[in-house]
Design a protein around this ligand. Structure first.
Ligand code: NAD
Ligand code: UDP
Length: 349
């Protein structure tokens, strides 16, 4: 007989970095999880260990097309998150955010599910308000190379609130600040994975600009806890709510920390700063603290240590297997480990 206690939960982008951690957590909590992914940036390897679980189902599907499933909750994470990947096919990025949101909200409306949107600190753009509070409307370039992502995510938020007001869909919007951890793709192109991979392979660490720009880095486990708590709030709490870590570092400080923790002999080199790269970013977490009783618990040093262990392991594994060594995996796809300044052709399909 079917266990009526178990919730059926859809995770879009479940094969990605954060999505795979979320699927794992939801299964651990005793739910039935339907993971949907088109594997644009995600990978089956991230969820391989879940495939034998009878409560886990994987569907290859692109959320820009309608989806018909019966679920109680939806976590909408599908969208490339790294600048090189979302800028590779910007029209598809906007479609994923906007058409994807319409499809998932339509699904939530039809089956009366609660739906959580993985929004982003990018909705604040290059902010004049620091730290960023949810009340700040942001400073976003609508026509730049980051706009497909930033404006796509802003429009998705608009759709969430219109479905809430117009159709009474129960929505939750999380604004995620830079999050890192195991299962980031080694070619992901984001700063934490880039620096760790470069340090572990004794390649130069590529700082874009002078390294004085700041980010606040949240470890994946903390973020996932925030997601789950947000989903379980009362229906009248919609967010948007910031989720991240308040400790702010310059990119130069991050590079030094990675070198220290890996004991690497890598040199630091400077590259040009990509267009519209935000100069500072730090969340104000007051709302998350008061509404979710949540705050991050894992400091950057500790989280980096765990992430370094993960990359060290996968790099050793692929070197030992020899058939697809880590170096060849990196160079075949991108030609270099300085991803941003190369053609972004490293997308795993
Ligand atoms: P990721 O690239 O590892 O995961 C995204 C997943 O979505 C991948 O598995 C990808 O294949 C899938 N996907 C992309 N387009 C799709 C489509 N059209 N249909 C179905 N699946 C699709 O990135 P992530 O870091 O895990 O990010 C997950 C979500 O969180 C994204 O929505 C991202 O915008 C948001 N977010 C992440 C961060 C962060 O720092 N990690 C910060 C802000 C927001
Ligand atoms: N960055 C860098 N070197 C890299 C990758 C990124 O200096 O190899 C910088 C990037 O220019 C930005 C910051 O690190 O200022 C964070 O970049 P990321 O792509 O991780 O995320 P963002 O917050 O910009 O979306």
């Amino acid at each position: 007989m079917k266990n009526i206690q178990k919730k059926q939960i859809l995770v879009t982008g479940g094969g990605g970095f954060l999505g795979s951690h979320l699927c794992e957590r939801l299964l651990k909590d005793g739910n039935i999880v339907i993971c949907v992914d088109n594997f644009y940036t995600g990978s089956k390897e991230n969820i391989l260990h879940l495939l034998d679980n009878p409560c886990f189902e994987l569907k290859r599907h692109d959320i820009t097309f309608p989806l018909y499933v019966e679920v109680d909750e939806i976590y909408n994470l599908a969208c490339p998150a790294s600048p090189i990947h979302y800028q590779y096919d910007p029209v598809q990025t906007t479609k994923t955010s906007v058409h994807g949101a319409i499809n998932m909200l339509g699904l939530a409306k039809r089956v009366k599910a609660k739906i959580l949107q993985a929004s982003t600190s990018e909705v604040y753009g290059d902010p004049e308000v620091h730290p960023q509070t949810e009340g700040y409307w942001g400073r976003v370039n609508p026509v730049g190379i980051r706009s497909c992502y930033d404006e796509g995510k802003r429009c998705a938020e608009t759709l969430f609130f219109d479905y809430y007001r117009q159709h009474q869909v129960r929505v939750k919007v999380a604004r995620i600040f830079n999050t890192y951890g195991p299962r980031m793709h080694p070619q992901d192109g984001r700063v934490v994975s880039n620096f760790i991979v470069q340090a572990l392979s004794n390649q130069p660490i590529t700082i874009y600009g002078d390294g004085s720009q700041t980010r606040s880095f949240c470890y994946a486990d903390d973020l996932i806890e925030g997601f789950v708590r947000l989903m379980s709030t009362d229906d009248d709490f919609t967010g948007p709510v910031n989720l991240g870590n308040e400790s702010e570092f310059t990119i130069a400080e991050l590079a030094s920390l990675v070198i220290e923790l890996t004991g690497s002999g890598s040199k630091i080199i400077k590259k040009s700063l990509p267009q519209d790269d935000p100069t500072q970013r730090r969340p104000d977490l007051s709302l998350a603290r008061s509404k979710l009783d949540w705050e991050p618990t894992i400091a950057l040093k500790e989280g980096l240590f765990k992430t370094i262990q993960y990359f060290d392991q996968i790099m050793n594994q692929s070197t030992n297997e020899n058939s697809d060594s880590f170096e060849s995996l990196m160079t075949e796809k991108s030609g270099t480990q300085d991803f941003f300044h190369q053609q972004p052709i490293g997308i795993t399909q």
